[in-house]
Design a protein around this ligand. Structure first.
Ligand SMILES: NC(=O)C1=CN([C@@H]2O[C@H](COP(=O)(O)OP(=O)(O)OC[C@H]3O[C@@H](n4cnc5c(N)ncnc54)[C@H](OP(=O)(O)O)[C@@H]3O)[C@@H](O)[C@H]2O)C=CC1
Ligand SMILES: O=C(O)C1=N[C@H](C(=O)O)C[C@H](O)C1
Length: 268
């Protein structure tokens, strides 16, 4: 079978550069496009040189349509508005869309879900094996523990991060809510300040810390009467997410339209 031809959106970004590097090292995959918005300083630069892996002969371009036309899929770690646009374009071209962007509004999530009626999309707030396995364990713990155990989700990321709570924290929140049989949207507490009153029984709390160069730390705390269970994940290198995203792209290649998760890819 011939190599899967992929485009990297946000190719000059932190995740984009790691993805460009790892595509070179991944069997069965070939880089054919690298996208940044019109007017970006990286336009015209060789994507491989930007990523520090030598010349790839793929120049960074803003022409997403042209890039998609000659590709089998696009891997997208950008911003929500752009990911919604990519979902529509990739569906139109019947190309795989792997979406790692976080910070979507409900309307943006709905728009991507609607593109997945004709496109093949794998979307996850975190592409690491460890986080996806931990989400399954969080669901199991939430099933086993009643509302005597307060669930709090704590995350810390680098000082560039623009959304909170993180996509991963929301994944853990969804997993806990599914375990409890409740709707996360109705029961989440996403910001405490001042005279908050006592904690509402059964709510799922979120707290976000930002600082330095932290790649991604998450803890799900089950705080019960006289005991606490803490389930944690620490990401040490962005390559972790990039490898997962490339695995998802190869898995999705040739699959029917639909909105898939990393748990589907991993068979969890
Ligand atoms: N799901 C997962 O496993 C992970 C998800 N993420 C998420 O991925 C996203 C990106 O993170 P990160 O790489 O750190 O962020 P960066 O800001 O470093 O990279 C984002 C890139 O997207 C570019 N971009 C903006 N608009 C467009 C456009 N129209 N077309 C193409 N590219 C565009 C940005 O350009 P510009 O320079 O102009 O801003 C930038 O280069 C975030 O939402 C983050 O939360 C991150 C890690 C893992
Ligand atoms: O912005 C990041 O860097 C990360 N974003 C994802 C998230 O929002 O959970 C995944 C990872 O934690 C890194």
């Amino acid at each position: 079978m011939s190599d899967m031809r992929v485009v990297i959106a946000g190719a000059a970004g932190h995740m984009g550069r790691v993805l460009v590097r790892l595509v070179q090292e991944t069997a069965g995959m070939k880089l054919v496009g690298a996208i940044e918005p019109e007017g970006h300083v990286a336009i015209g630069e060789d994507a491989g040189l930007l990523a520090g892996v030598g010349r790839t002969l793929v120049a960074v371009s803003s022409d997403m349509d042209a890039a998609l036309a000659q590709a089998d899929g696009i891997i997208d770690f950008t911003i929500p508005r752009v990911s919604v646009e990519i979902a529509g374009l990739a569906a139109k071209h019947r190309k795989v869309h792997v979406c790692g962007t976080t910070g979507f509004s409900d309307a943006e999530n709905d728009a991507i879900a609607s593109s997945a009626r004709i496109g093949t999309i794998v979307k996850s707030g975190n592409f690491s094996l460890g986080v996806n396995l931990l989400a399954a364990l969080v669901k199991r713990a939430a099933e086993a523990l009643d509302e005597d155990f307060d669930i709090e989700i704590l995350e810390m990321h680098h000082n560039r991060k623009i959304d909170a709570p993180s996509g991963t924290a929301l994944m853990f929140g969804e997993a806990a809510a599914r375990g409890r049989g409740i709707e996360l949207a109705a029961r989440s507490d996403r910001g405490r300040d001042g005279q908050t009153g006592a904690r509402r029984r059964g709510d799922i709390g979120f707290a976000a810390l930002r600082g330095g160069t932290v790649v991604g730390d998450h803890s799900v705390i089950f705080a019960g009467p006289a005991e606490r269970i803490v389930m944690s994940h620490h990401a040490e290198d962005r390559a972790l997410f990039a490898r997962g995203a490339l695995k998802a792209a190869l898995w999705a290649h040739g699959r029917p339209a639909g909105l898939y998760s990393m748990a589907d890819v991993l068979g969890l």
